[in-house]
Design a binder for this molecule. Sequence first.
Ligand code: SF4
Ligand code: SF4
Length: 361
Amino acid sequence: MPHRLTVVVSQSRSQNPKKRDLEEQIVAGLLGERGIDVTVLPNLYDLKPEGSGLLCLSGITGDVVICSWLYPRAARWILDRNQIRGQEGSTLLKSLGESEEQDDEQEQTESNESPDDKLRVIDQLELPARRIYCLDLRAYDDPAVFRNEVKRIARELATPTVELKSWINGSPKPEQMERYLAADSPDLPPPTSTPPLPTLVDEDAARRWYPVIDLSRCTNCLECIDFCLFGVYGIDARETILVEQPDNCRQGCPACSRVCPENAIIFPQHKTPAIAGSADVAGTLKINLSQLFGAPDPGASGAEKASEVAARERDEQLLLAGREAIGVQGGIPKRHATEQGSDCPKDELDNLIDSLDELDF
Ligand code: SF4
Ligand code: SF4
């Protein structure tokens, strides 16, 4: 069956004419391209949990290219939290703020690093074989750059791969030879005389604000669930962290992203690239945390400073919600540490768990 690729254009939140123009030119230039379907959605991050946008995305089962005004890491994990999963497709395009030199530096740093043996949540996920490519619309002004990359991806996916192993031994099978000779004309459907229309999803998507977890970094340490006092996080049946009540998150509050030891918590619309999902934090911890997160106490380490800022931000939100501030001493109550005998004072939930233990069913 001929290969089809779906291109999803996730629109900007703003009505900025330059952004709309870029989106429209990408869509117009891809209509009628062999093997490519085009869908236009409101901003990915704002889609309602059971709205038509997510319904439409869930119905796409093949390879997909997402063009959004977000960092690729943010786009990928927004999809994941909505059960839209696949293997990460690799693109030749950069995301906002990324440069060739930065890429080389990052590769160099990664090759010098000692192997990380931490178990990540992604290691337990079973991802389907289809590919998901995420392109950052903020990185280039020219719509042709995106159109050409989409066409390159479509050709790459439609070209049958040749099993090199037996070629090296000098014995290609007849069917391999046939596929090799046909490789110049990839398996794309024939051109259509009338270009199809794009699928337009019209959803009244209001602006949302909630954390998105990068499961390729998350170690399920549960620091975030302990830190957030607004009931945003929860755990699933396999005791893995999840954003259970996203809309409980306080508008503009990024506090828990500062306390996550793995930089796994993303707020895609935050103005600071490292919090919004930039690859700088995804690749290595090159960023100096004290510079990134401010320095309330000159004697504190980078991580302590981050915790202080996070506690202050959380206090602001507690006060705004009419609750009492708890300050940095309220810090991150180590519920799991308490179970291991630490001196942290017990809270109501700990006392409840202790009482249940005493009941000895
Ligand atoms: S604090 Fe970070 S690493 Fe730990 S469970 Fe939360 S998201 Fe995952
Ligand atoms: S940003 Fe604040 S309110 Fe939102 S999940 Fe994190 S700690 Fe909770």
